[in-house]
Design a protein around this ligand. Sequence first.
Ligand code: COA
Length: 176
Amino acid sequence: MARTIEIRPLAKDDDRSRFSCGQPDLDRFFEHYAGQNQFTLRLAVTYVAVIEGGIVGFATVAASSIERAHVPSPRLRKRLPAYPLPVLRLARLGVDTRARGLGIGKALLRYTLALAVEQRDRTGGVGVVTDAKVGAVSFYRGLGFVPLEGVREGLLHGEPTPLFLPIDTIASASQR
Ligand SMILES: CC(C)(COP(=O)(O)OP(=O)(O)OC[C@H]1O[C@@H](n2cnc3c(N)ncnc32)[C@H](O)[C@@H]1OP(=O)(O)O)[C@@H](O)C(=O)NCCC(=O)NCCS
């Protein structure tokens, strides 16, 4: 039987102590900082994926911006002004190791893309950016993300890869 995945904002009383996506920095962030960033500092909002009452994944998003020079499409670059462009940053994404391969990462990403379309309509936005860990680059590439222009050259081996998904790609995919 297919299990229903609910995606909703993190609540203050959610138990985050048993979550583990296998990346200690992400687990530490989720357990100790996601709440503070959302409820006290107001820097970001974390959305959790829940199956049968248990948290199986999370995605943290925040408002951000990119420079025009980093937009990967020359055609789009030409149309945009030379000041910081609003984007939605997918700051962190993790799925519990016990719930991998069930489509939870994809569902959280789809939810994030819907938020980006909402941001576009309410306050403006040209896409979604994320810094992909080495093992997750092909996950994002498979979902349409492309490297930000001119950023990768400065990266050291093993550093996260900055990726971008243009809002037009998101909007046309969601209409299909
Ligand atoms: C990357 C991660 C979020 C994927 O979550 P998941 O729930 O297992 O992924 P899904 O089941 O939704 O998979 C969606 C698709 O991506 C593919 N995929 C999953 N993980 C992948 C990876 N690491 N590399 C390439 N493809 C991957 C799946 O095969 C699936 O393909 P399909 O749609 O053709 O069947 C999860 O493995 C994770 O939390 N990893 C550790 C933390 C991490 O790296 N986070 C990203 C930080 S930038």
